[in-house]
Design a protein around this ligand. Sequence first.
Ligand code: DON
Length: 314
Amino acid sequence: MEAQAEFQRIQELLPAWLETSRLTTPEGAVATYIPELAKIPADALGIHLMNGQGEFSSAGDCGFPFTMQSVSKVFTLILALMDRGEGEVFAKVGKEPTGDDFDSMLKLELVEPGIPFNPLINAGAITVSSLISGRSPVEQSARILTFFRELANNESLDYDENVFESELDSGHLNRSLGYFLKHNGVLEGSVEEVLHVYFRHCSIRATCADLARMGLVLAYDGTDPITGRNLIPRRFVQIAKTFMTTCGMYNASGEFAISVGLPAKSGVSGGILALVPGRYGIGIIGPALNKKGNSVAGVHLLQRMSREFDWSLF
Ligand code: DON
């Protein structure tokens, strides 16, 4: 379908599609292992889609901010690649899906040389946090926040301090992963400092509009099509989009590739960032998660849209 006609059709149909997808929220549950996240309403669902001209279409509960959680991992990976280059990053973290849960430590012990399988599982993202340039965790975190603000074109992007504190208090499994990685020689320096950087970027608060704008930069190979600013080298966008496709929806990435066929990344607060290359950035929030940790209604809605507009890349 021609681009403008497609966009008009999205605007017409999105509100009704969103309400249909909202009916699936009882099939999922809000994550409670980070106690602060349990406060998000389970039946919320919102979407914001933006095209390269800056036109957008939004529906549902798209105004409220939520923490990016694992969605942030795509962009810390990109920043680490920009800081260190491919060689240094991929000496510490692999390029393969795991088939395990996002917070699993199984393969760190079972598979030599004990480096995380990919940068989007928790162990991989903790490792990536350690590779961000900066003289202290505070400076590393500040660089991450500045980068995210540029990508979202939103200077007011900031942390949710309550979620940050909640992760710091409850993140025992991540702490175990950190110490295991240290034992395996993957992390250098203080594990607690690395975890600080990791929890900090997971707790950056954004709206669906922010995710859509960040996704748009990826959809346009690293250039924000609205400002014309080149923010990411194309090669690193290519790497990020590949990981989103193979590992972005965790242990449901294969199923998602078959049913939706777009690069996407989910987070445990219910966010999904997806993109249609050369066309749209998409931000979704739907806190009720399926067993694999992805937003039930968010995936349902993306499936509907991808089928209707034949967006699958495959
Ligand atoms: O470390 C954690 O467990 C969270 N801060 C992020 C995990 C996450 O978003 C996984 N998502 N599906």
